[in-house]
Design a protein around this ligand. Sequence first.
Ligand code: ZN
Length: 519
Amino acid sequence: MDGAYPEPGAASNSGSRAAKAVAELKSRDRDIMLLTHTSAILGWDQETYLPSKGIDERSAQLALLHGLTHERTIAPENRSLLDAAGANADGDPSLPPLDRAFLRRYRRRYERAVKLPQELVVTLAEKTSRAQAVWVEAREADDFPRFAPHLQGLLDLLLEVSDRVGYDEHPYDALLDQYEPFMKTSSVDRIFTGLREQLVPIVEAIAAAPQVDASILEREFPVAAQERFGRTVMDALGYSRDRGRLDVSAHPFTTTLGFDDVRITTRYNERFFNSAIFGTMHEVGHGLYELGFAEELRGTLLAEGTSLGIHESQSRMWENMIGRSRPFWRHFYPILRSHFPDVLSDVDAEGFYRAINRVAPSLIRVEADEVTYALHVILRFELEKALVSRTLSVKDLPEAWRAKSRELLGVEPANDREGVLQDIHWSMGGIGYFPTYALGNLYAAAFMQRINRDLPALWTEVGEGNCSSLLSWLRTHIHRHGSARTAEELCVEITGQPLSAEPFINYVREKYRDIYGLD
Ligand code: ZN
């Protein structure tokens, strides 16, 4: 095929050869995307409506589709097509910018997949599914030693993955890169160090201040009314029902089944108001991102979030910065009260606002408030890094967890169920995933500084229940790019500098100074 193209080095020829290769790669990419979305349909169904006895064949269906997807991803033709597209990571310089962004992502996916032998991928999948089952039992029985050998096995495999994929500075880089592409462990270190130094004293000051009473949130909130109210909010945020839907699952999630089909789930707890409404707003944030990609990205791998940190910035912005703001509830609290006239008859908007913003160091990450949340993540990041550098052994994890919890949050779990065994991530081989949660909070705060400058009427509008200018700002500056811009490129473009903890710290200081009367 190469011989068909004479005169190597002639720019126009290499350009047209590259353009042809890109067209062929796009057609291959489209098939991979269709397979991925098909798997997503089966996965969504499994979490929502699948009858329990359907699970065996469902697992086989998904395994077959994953196998086919992997085969397409590592097909040898990709190599020659990528070579034909140009010597640089993003292809021939004569190609349009969007094609070069496409090539950068396509090459990254291909090279990572091709470096991992089939046997390693299969072993990892098998060990992960076993480790998950053992983790469920070990957590139930508060028995870390039962889970430890499985975690050790996964860690060994992940270190092999890291070696094969390769890294510049730290073996953790190769794991982090799966979730936060192009970000280095050293950057996370730098950002988290600043965050930790400034956050710990704020949490201590809040703990020493008079506490907020949040017991009103644990009254009885009938599920049907919660659902009606949740859908009202969902509509107000701009999540379109003709391109998505809301269902119920054990753990809320967002999944993309097609360019025009992005679904979210939530869960209802009659005795805890926060679960459903903030879960719904969180997933709406993810969903709006997935629904906001530019039309020209349709059918390509650029039509996906650029990193989990950026994804999480979208969910947290809607859940916390909007959903836990005073202006938002200025509009929505009277509506909420009309859904729960008896339950909330003695609670005013200010009392409600303070309750949903209660801060308290706690043991469980998923129940943490927006201030202490990052400390839960830093704890996990520091332990993961030590495991990956082999300076901490798996058997010493529970004690290391307790020590870090004391140091960062001032609380210590009485058992491992509320400590080292609380999260599913490690049993799924998800080492490197946790930092993205905290990065999301930091990105959201950094973007919001710029949004506040660009949209001076924002909070007046939010106070009237109108979130449309925020959504169109996010569409223009973040959503439409999909993964054509890296997280860092987006951050620099929007804020003028790489990510730091400052904007988040400023946001927290200002908001909670007012709620807790700090100096
Ligand atoms: Zn999320």
